[in-house]
Design a protein around this ligand. Structure first.
Ligand code: C2O
Length: 551
């Protein structure tokens, strides 16, 4: 294992897409941002220097941060943001993980432009549990706004309605040829040789949409999700929610097919809100001079286009996610907690807040849109929760009375209750070290059923069950998979259904859990767990680094 140093200069950069140039916040002037490449066991030191007017913080999405919670990154949860002119060194070790993860800004909507891949190779000399690919290529999905995304969300929060949707989805920063006014250079091209295996490291960094992805005339084998190997299976189309990563093997055809192929993505959209129903395309191009298309205008498209499922294809989503299984071998065991110390039942969904006085609001019946977990819409504190916890100063910052079951039970997926109002608060759950947790997350029909990609910081969890309708505590647990469930850090709570996860609370700190649809995060679909120290030195959170930013 080695120590790897990176420097992230947060600075403004002019970027042009869709014939629209804007000055935006970037890392080192790059969009998408730089790649972090490391091996399992390596130690990372990433110095982030803020040269812009916005406050910033960076989250290393999916990195477990064992005992190093100070490096996790969500603003006001594990640290105060890095202010203009300040810097902070994120200091952590990659323990027991290899695959693809990613990093992104974790404050306001800055992650729309501030994100990039984390590539974790196995330890030196340790092979993949599949044949070594000829090449590995990160494919990162994003969203492009012609407007400033910060202005889009502050406008929405002011009016209480839904935010404007993005102008395009992107692949490696490019919207591709299916958008009007997409210039020649606006397309990501992957040049391939015939008869080889490529590993595509897919990352969904889009702000607000789960995405279907497919490559025309090619199927892929899924081998890894969220930096955990899975039992490989072939598919023509896959689903990836914001926050998730998926490694796939793409075998190029043995004979030169004399063609180029589209790789496309577009939303899986179940919610009541508006969404951008457009398609991003990149190009898979077999190497040969004759077949390189000189122009990518809409009249002169490459030849093959994939078919993607209908926008609201919940059946596809359920079938696809059911196929994901841990490898569960001697070398890569699935350490599923078999006994449970504490059970939790959380509803996740939308709701409303009263409209502030002297304001008109665009939410239902003149209210302000909100979102909640167990009817609590999370209020962001003004100082970091982890500091408050570590120094025993939680009193005026947060309370530890987060409801562990819904306060008012109702038919969650049936007729919505008349009262859509949420209550607001910074309420947390405290877990003793090594608590074995089972958590049911139930979608609600308040303002419409909708799939929510829930992300837990600091942990991987096992997805032991999922289903449609209301979770039935008498029948459903009998069907849980405690043998080879998929292990991951972000899971789609099915639209009009539920998901059951288990994890062992073996990482002390304060850990955020939230919907990875950025608009729902802004509306309060988030909460946090406090995991207490264990007795041994190796079970305690380390003290904060000297350069930890101050609020
Ligand atoms: Cu990738 Cu808290 O998020």
């Amino acid at each position: 294992a080695v120590t790897r140093h990176y420097k992230f200069d947060i600075k403004l950069q002019n970027v042009t897409r869709l014939c629209h140039t804007k000055l935006m916040v970037t890392v080192n002037g790059q969009f998408p941002g730089p790649r972090i490449v490391a091996r399992e066991g390596d130690h990372l030191l990433v110095q982030v220097v803020n040269h812009v007017q916005n406050n910033i913080s960076i989250h290393w999405h999916g990195i477990r941060q064992l005992q190093s919670g100070w490096a996790d990154g969500p603003a006001y949860i594990t640290q105060c943001p890095i202010q203009t002119g300040q810097s902070y060194v994120y200091n952590y070790t990659i323990v027991g993980q290899r695959g693809t993860l990613w990093w992104h800004a974790h404050i306001s909507w800055l992650r729309s432009t501030v994100y990039g891949p984390i590539i974790i190779l196995p330890k030196r000399g340790v092979p993949y549990p599949f044949a070594k690919p000829y090449k590995e290529v990160p494919i990162i999905f994003g969203e492009w706004f012609n407007a400033d995304p910060q202005a889009v969300i502050s406008q929405a929060l002011k009016t209480g309605g839904g935010p404007n949707v993005s102008d395009a989805y992107t692949i490696n920063g490019f919207p591709g040829p299916l958008y009007n006014c997409s210039a020649e250079g606006d397309t990501f091209k992957l040049k391939v040789k015939p008869g080889k295996t490529y590993m595509l490291r897919l990352i969904n960094a889009a702000l607000n949409d789960e995405l279907f992805f497919s490559i025309a005339n090619h199927s892929v084998a899924i081998v890894d999700v969220d930096a955990v190997y899975v039992k490989p299976f072939d598919t023509e189309t896959l689903l990836i929610t914001p926050g998730q990563t998926t490694n796939v093997l793409l075998k190029t055809k043995p004979h030169f097919p004399n063609a180029t192929f589209f790789m496309t993505a577009r939303p899986y959209a179940t919610g009541p809100g508006t969404f951008d129903n457009s398609t991003v395309a990149a190009i898979l191009e077999y190497e040969s001079p004759q077949t390189i298309h000189s122009s990518l205008s809409n009249k002169n498209l490459p030849l093959f286009k994939p078919t993607l499922p209908p926008l609201n294809d919940t059946a596809f989503a359920a079938n696809f996610t059911r196929k994901l299984r841990s490898l569960a071998t001697a070398q890569f065991p699935a350490k599923v907690p078999q006994k449970v110390d504490r059970r939790f039942f959380f509803t996740v969904g939308l709701g409303t807040n009263p409209c502030p006085k002297n304001q008109t609001c665009q939410g239902p019946n003149g209210t302000k849109l909100a979102a909640s977990v167990n009817n609590i819409s999370f209020s962001m504190p003004t100082t970091a929760l982890l500091q408050a916890h570590f120094f025993g100063q939680s009193n005026s910052v947060y309370t530890t009375d987060f409801p562990i079951t819904p306060i008012f039970p109702f038919n969650y997926t049936g007729n919505p209750p008349n009262n859509t109002m949420v209550s607001n608060g910074t309420r947390l759950v405290v877990l003793p070290f090594n608590t074995s947790v089972e958590l049911i997350m139930q979608d609600t029909s308040i303002l419409g059923v909708e799939s929510h990609p829930l992300h837990l910081h600091g942990y991987n969890f096992f997805v032991v069950g999922q289903g449609f309708g209301n979770f039935d505590p008498n029948k459903d647990p009998a069907k849980f998979n405690l043998v080879d469930p998929v292990e991951r850090n972000t899971v789609g709570v099915p639209s009009g259904g539920w998901v059951a996860i288990r994890f062992l609370a073996d990482n002390p700190g304060v850990w955020f859990m939230h919907c990875h649809l950025e608009v729902h995060l802004s509306w309060g679909l988030k909460m946090a767990w406090v995991v207490l120290d264990g007795k041994l030195p190796s079970q305690k959170l380390i003290p904060p680094p000297a350069d930890l930013p101050k609020c």
